[in-house]
Design a protein around this ligand. Sequence first.
Ligand code: G3P
Ligand code: CA
Length: 253
Amino acid sequence: FAEQPTVGERKQVDNVAHRGATGYAPENTIAAFDLAVEMKADYIEIDVQRSKDGELVLIHDTTVDRTTDGTGKVGDLTFEQLRSLDAGSWFGEQFEGEKIPTFDEILDRYHGKVGILVEMKSPELYPGIEEQVAEELKERNLDKPQNEKIIIQSFNFDSMKKMDKLLPKVPIGVLTSNRAHTTPEALQEFSTYADWFNPSYGIVTKELVNQVHSLGMQIGSWTVRSQEAADFLFEMGVDAIITDYPDYVDPRK
Ligand code: G3P
Ligand code: CA
């Protein structure tokens, strides 16, 4: 394996702002993504779902209840209904008026400025969403990401196999917090279509990191909400740290 670049004594690790700089601003909003860029994150992580009338939108939960002033399932609400919601006030009154962003506006605003880790959230609820996401990336030439940092990931492995076929040049990631997915057999199967194996940090060991690397994949882990968790993942030798606090991953930022 090629020698890893280092910063001082430390290996270079991608700093991924989980749903934006979520420790400081409401997740999956422009406020959180702008702050992540300001804090010099290498990537923003986004959660993609779909409105009733087919618009790709960014929100984590499959309902709007926790992170907006509305109620109901994302897929039962029209884009107009979703867009009328306040996605900021729940986090702090200074964020009042933040909207649920669309996938296309976020691609246009950030591609080329910061990497984008696209999570397809519960794609089984949105038949055909794989083709739709692929189309948005192709329209912007982001399906040939030589100079652009784009990764697509999901907990839904069938969906990721499909994305690998639709976008063969775009790196694919699999997400899990299940130890059963860390066996040599499971990892070998992931490596047939995935470039990244992205586990929750509770199941990360140095041995797992080495196994993933020996199969030619990279490993990104989540979700860091303390300096101790970030330091643990540095120690384990992961390639990316997915964090609510970009400053824990690089305190100089
Ligand atoms: O990027 C990893 C992480 O986002 C997966 O979990 O629930 O925060 O989407 P979740
Ligand atoms: Ca996510």
